[in-house]
Design a protein around this ligand. Structure first.
Ligand code: CTP
Ligand code: CA
Length: 314
């Protein structure tokens, strides 16, 4: 499906999106997993492609067709996902962690299937997984603090040329044309129609696909100049979170803890059943006012995220 009517304000931008939920193996046939359809992450990937971005989609256990125009890397565990995201990050402008990453994994993975005839079930000891989002934030913080030591990340531009190698302060990509206009759902007034906002592992996501329109995209924005150097860390880092209570306070604390720029938070739990076609989100902004997103399809939520991302990149 090709999306219509979007600005090409992410043209020339390299974007990494993670989606789905990781699985942590217990034995060859069993795992501990996170509920996630991947729909929100896929909607993010689709809309970013429609807005002109070069998208790498790291998909954990998602049974959805590959979004046209995106490079899809399939992974299973949190460790796989971390590896794929970190491999795609150098030279990326934006990383969006929409995946539900398991916080814990079994300490040991049995090589053979655990049989019930083995006696009483043994407890499964868990160990913590690395926090990928926090790692990205820390990576950026470190690179900003000592930019001289950080290697630059040249990459081919959309015209095939290679960017320069001089480290460069964040938010100062010379030659950026800026947004060509605002896409649907700008101003945070778009609505959300789905429970698939959360990146939180405990979250379940509803799977109703949003209706999308078909046709060609809006005219291209001016793409970043080929000679523009870029920093080796993403300029914009976006997280997702599901919270059951004290949504804003917990979300703000999480945003700060993870060192990301935007955190898309949705309330889960009481009265907000998983699997319902509707949901609402609040996009917390590191240095700005939160943006409320009332009920809307996931693609609209994605567009609100990209509006905010494009503004930060400009
Ligand atoms: N995340 C991650 N690596 C992890 C866990 C989470 O990158 N090991 C990312 C998710 O992809 C999401 C964000 O962090 O974008 C928030 O996830 P969430 O589970 O809400 O945060 P946690 O720090 O794990 O806190 P909680 O105790 O609420 O689960
Ligand atoms: Ca978690």
């Amino acid at each position: 499906r090709v999306l219509r009517g979007r600005p090409r304000d992410l043209a020339g931008r390299k974007i990494v999106v993670s989606a789905g939920g990781t699985r942590e193996a217990i034995d060859p046939v069993r795992y501990i997993g996170n509920r996630s359809s991947g729909l929100q992450g896929y909607a993010l990937a689709r809309t970013a492609v429609a807005r002109g971005a070069e998208v790498t989609l790291v998909a954990a256990n998602v049974s959805l067709p590959d979004p046209a125009g995106a490079k899809v890397v399939r992974v299973e565990s949190a460790a796989d996902l971390r590896e794929a995201v970190l491999a795609a990050t150098p030279g990326a402008d934006v990383v969006v962690m929409a995946a539900a990453v398991a916080d814990f994994r079994p300490e040991t993975r049995h090589d053979t299937k655990i049989k019930k005839t083995d006696g009483e079930p043994a407890p499964i000891h868990l160990t913590k997984n690395p926090d990928i989002l926090a790692e990205l934030g820390a990576l950026r913080r470190a690179a900003r603090t000592s930019p001289a030591e950080a290697p630059s990340a040249p990459r081919p531009s959309v015209t095939g040329a290679v960017r320069g190698t001089t480290p460069q302060p964040v938010g100062a990509l010379p030659g950026d044309g800026g947004p060509a206009g605002n896409g649907g759902g700008s101003g945070g007034q778009a609505a959300v129609r789905d429970g698939d906002l959360s990146g939180g592992p405990a979250s379940a996501r509803s799977d109703a696909a949003s209706a999308g329109s078909v046709a060609d995209a809006a005219p291209a924005a001016r793409v970043p100049e080929a000679s523009a150097p870029r920093p080796p860390y993403p300029q914009v880092i976006v997280g997702f979170a599901a919270e059951t209570h004290d949504v804003l306070a917990n979300g703000q604390a999480k945003l700060a803890r993870k060192g990301c720029d935007l955190l898309v938070v949705n309330q889960v739990g009481e009265g907000l059943a998983f699997g319902t076609p509707g949901n609402a989100a609040t996009v917390l902004v590191a240095d700005g006012e939160p943006v409320e997103v009332p009920y809307a399809p996931k693609e609209d939520v994605a567009d609100v995220v990209w509006d905010l991302v494009a503004a930060r990149l400009a």
